[in-house]
Design a protein around this ligand. Structure first.
Ligand code: GRF
Length: 219
């Protein structure tokens, strides 16, 4: 593979802490650059952060379009301006149609705060606690037309504690997301994570990021 610097465009809707983790990683390693950030919300705090780092930003406000297709047509036009190797959904809160997903097939990456295929969709931390699972976590995966589904690039695992709250669990998961996402994106861009059908065999060779305790809680 050539020495050309790989680049990504990051799609966000809000806070942008995963975006910040990607930018931090990119600034400290020659692995890839963040070419641009696109948000569907003009007030997304992640946009101000990107600008403060000198990264070009664009807003495509979904509320200004009459249909999902029209929004995505405009979104794709902006995403394509950045001519990136991969498109990373980092807290991008719009459901994408198969047509958009197919346009970026094989290079569209999402981070989801659960151990997929468990808990696709919203409120994953609440749902994990309600289900009584012992372990929870996050997944980085290639996007397919099915929501929160697709070849798994990496997963990180946290232990559920006695008296855990969704907020506390979310904090612990997010900490691992910030370590996992840049690492997975870098490995993907450098050909170390390639999908073979539904699976990404190389994913199993990445050291597993965990926040697990071996101590047993007293009865
Ligand atoms: C993260 O938990 C991510 O997994 C999910 O949305 C959240 C985005 O947080 N898709 P942030 O905007 O990156 O801080």
């Amino acid at each position: 593979m050539s020495k050309r610097v790989r680049s990504i465009v990051v799609l966000i809707s809000g806070r942008g802490s995963n975006l910040a983790a990607l930018v931090d990683y990119a600034q400290n390693s020659p692995d890839f650059v963040v070419a641009g950030v696109v948000s569907n919300r003009a007030d997304a705090p992640g946009l101000a952060f990107a600008s403060s780092q000198g990264i070009p930003t664009e807003v495509v406000d979904h509320a200004l379009f009459g249909s999902r297709e029209a929004f995505e047509h405009a979104l794709a036009g902006v995403v394509d301006l950045f001519k990136s190797d991969a498109v990373v959904l980092a807290g991008f809160m719009r459901i994408l149609t198969p047509s958009f997903v197919n346009r970026y097939a094989g290079r569209l990456i999402n981070i989801h705060p659960s151990l997929l295929p468990a808990f696709p969709g919203l409120n994953t931390h609440e749902r994990a606690l309600e289900a009584g699972v012992r372990v929870h976590g996050a997944t980085v995966h290639l996007v397919t037309a099915q929501l929160d589904h697709g070849p798994i690039l990496d997963q990180a695992v946290v232990q559920v504690h006695e008296n855990d709250t969704p907020e506390a669990l979310a904090r612990r998961v997010l900490e691992l997301e910030h370590r996992m996402l840049p690492r997975a994106v870098s490995a993907f861009l450098h050909g170390k994570l390639k999908a073979k059908g539904e699976r990404v065999p190389g994913a199993l060779r990445l050291p597993l990021l965990t926040a697990l305790s071996t101590t047993v809680a007293p009865e």
